[in-house]
Ligand binder design. Structure first.
Ligand code: 13P
Length: 246
């Protein structure tokens, strides 16, 4: 049984002063789940140091190449070298802002795995796709296109983040989350057998202390990918506690 994962995505937020939030999490009693913070790349080294090995640190994106002439990008190998152990790939903000396709996401996840990182592969439908009844088809196609060969329960995590729930304060109903996560689990088992059974499925999109426990009670939810609420140690700490007790 793989341990549950509470992952915080700081997005383009965080200056040196914000490392105090991470330090507060490190000082709290160790939970019964894995905890990850993905700070902006500028803070990765300082966060690795502050985390003292108690909290994992990861990147928010990586290039699919190991090195080369790609101004402004960072590679999975660089994240690993800086002490990171995870990287988020295919976040909807990257898919939208940087036109990333499923093939791009798969190549990034493959590079992450080859560099010794665990790839958090993000999927999610738009509101229009949900309204049109296309959610399971969209999610299934994204999984098929974004999951690289060689993915296992150890080196890959899937995060379901409905785009309309990100940063909006709106969340799907528990039935809607259950439907998507059950579908992802069945798909992963069909593709990967036991590895698919054990691969962690995170829910993301407006997770906060007030709704965390009910979301974590869903069978195929093995953790969360948290944006806004991960910026404050108090809120993220409450979410970690809810996951630890689930
Ligand atoms: P919020 O928790 O701010 O809705 O963001 C979710 C997200 O995009 C995490 O990757």
């Amino acid at each position: 049984m793989v341990r549950k994962l509470a992952a915080g995505n700081w997005k383009m937020n965080g200056l040196g002063a914000n490392i105090a939030e991470l330090e507060a999490l490190v000082a709290a009693p160790a939970p019964e789940c894995d905890v990850l913070i993905c700070p902006p790349a500028t803070l990765m080294g300082a966060c690795v140091k502050a985390a003292q090995g108690k909290i994992a640190i990861g990147g928010q994106d990586c290039h699919s190449a190991t090195s080369g002439a790609h101004t402004g990008d960072i590679s999975a190998q660089m994240i690993h070298d800086a002490g990171g152990s995870y990287v988020i790939v295919g976040h909807s903000e990257r898919r939208t802002d940087h036109n990333e396709s499923d093939a791009d996401v798969s190549a990034k996840a493959k590079a992450a795995i080859e560099a010794g990182l665990t790839a958090i592969i993000c999927l999610g439908e738009t509101e229009a796709q949900r309204d049109a009844g296309e959610t399971l088809d969209v999610i299934g196609a994204q999984l098929a296109g974004s999951l690289p060969e060689g993915a296992t329960a150890e080196n890959a995590v899937i995060a379901y983040e409905p785009i309309w729930a990100i940063g909006t304060g709106r969340t799907p109903t528990l039935e809607q989350i259950t439907e998507v996560h059950d579908s992802l689990r069945a798909d992963l088992c069909a593709r990967l057998g036991n590895q698919g059974q054990d691969m962690r499925l995170l829910y993301g999109g407006s997770v906060k202390p007030a709704n965390a426990a009910e979301i974590f009670a869903i069978g195929n939810v093995n953790g969360a990918l948290v944006g806004g609420a991960s910026l404050k140690a108090k809120d993220f700490g409450d979410i970690i506690t809810a996951l630890s007790e689930s």
